[in-house]
Design a protein around this ligand. Structure first.
Ligand code: ZN
Length: 313
């Protein structure tokens, strides 16, 4: 009996007991996991996921390649995933080697020219995870409202460790896309633990937590945002940290302007509207005076930054 015969026999038993499925192609946890092909990693078990919960993309090393981008566009745009986890691991075959060493090793066994293949080897697992998060953030074809996070998996003990991004937050905004997902969670935690105040780059900067409804998913999105206090409420700015793309929450508010905000220790129901004309100019001019980085965002983004007013209702 060949290996394939064994596999087919196993499948016959599997199919006999197959309970049927109500799952759809849309991953129910809205997450895509990019990880190494290493045979020791059980992604579902390691994260407590079930079949139907997640897309799993695997290649040598779990590296971000053109083909990973291709799959992510489909995963995000067609099948609604909004979280991407990059997992690299200890004892990876690509750690501590080089393209030359890999090519030489294979060339000894068989005569083949591998000079056109970049095997994407790396020195340090945490650094390779960060490098791939940067690749994702820089990929122009990917959506701007994806939350990315990186992890290092220890094959010896099963521990999945979060790898912090090396990227520092841009002063004056916390609405930057992509890698900021990891940071946003930390900001939200800090905000709630300190009656709405943040330290570091955001010390003294007024901040609110915006709860908006992601129309595509029907889920609530919580975004920490720099704000400006107005007599009637608060102004927020769809600067996206100077990204050419508008932030996901802005699209949410255009579809459904009913929001909840957390400001200080309070939670307030409100309604958002886009400020126009003289009102917008006045708020925007004041914001650039309060936090000069905002002038830079408009310049880098090369678009008019939408200003929204939230009023309690
Ligand atoms: Zn590996």
């Amino acid at each position: 009996m060949t290996l394939f015969d064994e596999l087919l026999e196993a499948n016959a038993r599997f199919a006999e007991n197959f309970p049927g499925t109500e799952l759809t192609a849309v991953p129910s946890r809205h997450i895509t996991i990019l990880t190494c092909m290493d045979a020791r990693i059980d992604n579902f078990a390691a994260f407590g996921l079930e079949v139907g919960d997640a897309h799993i993309l695997r290649n040598a090393g779990g590296r971000v390649t053109d083909d990973v981008i291709r799959s992510l566009v489909l995963s995000n745009d067609i099948l609604g995933t909004r979280y991407v986890a990059v997992i690299h691991h200890t004892e990876c075959g690509l750690v501590g080697t080089t393209n030359e060493a890999i090519r030489d090793a294979i060339a000894v066994a068989r005569r083949v020219d591998l000079s056109a293949i970049d095997f994407d080897p790396f020195e340090d697992v945490d650094q390779s995870v960060r490098d791939d998060l940067v690749r994702l953030e820089a990929a122009p074809l990917l959506r701007d409202d994806i939350t990315y996070a990186g992890f290092a998996y220890d094959v010896a003990n099963g521990v999945m460790r979060a790898v912090q991004s090396l990227l520092e937050p841009v002063a004056g905004t916390i609405s930057a896309p992509s890698v900021s997902g990891l940071r946003n969670d930390a900001y939200i935690e800090e905000f709630r633990a300190n009656d709405g105040k943040l330290g570091g780059n955001f010390s003294g900067v007024p901040v609110l937590l915006l709860h908006s409804t992601d129309a595509a998913l029907g889920e609530t999105r919580v975004t920490p945002l720099t704000c400006q206090s107005l007599e009637s409420g608060w102004a927020i700015f769809a600067s996206n940290g100077g990204s050419v793309a508008e932030p996901g929450w802005y699209g949410d508010l255009l579809v459904d302007p009913v929001v909840t905000i957390e400001f200080g220790a309070e939670t307030i129901e409100g309604r958002a509207r886009v400020a126009m004309g003289a009102e917008r100019d006045q708020i925007w001019t004041r914001q650039k005076a309060l936090i000069p980085a905002f002038a830079g965002y408009a310049q880098v983004a090369n678009r008019t930054i939408p200003v929204l007013v939230i009023e309690p209702c």
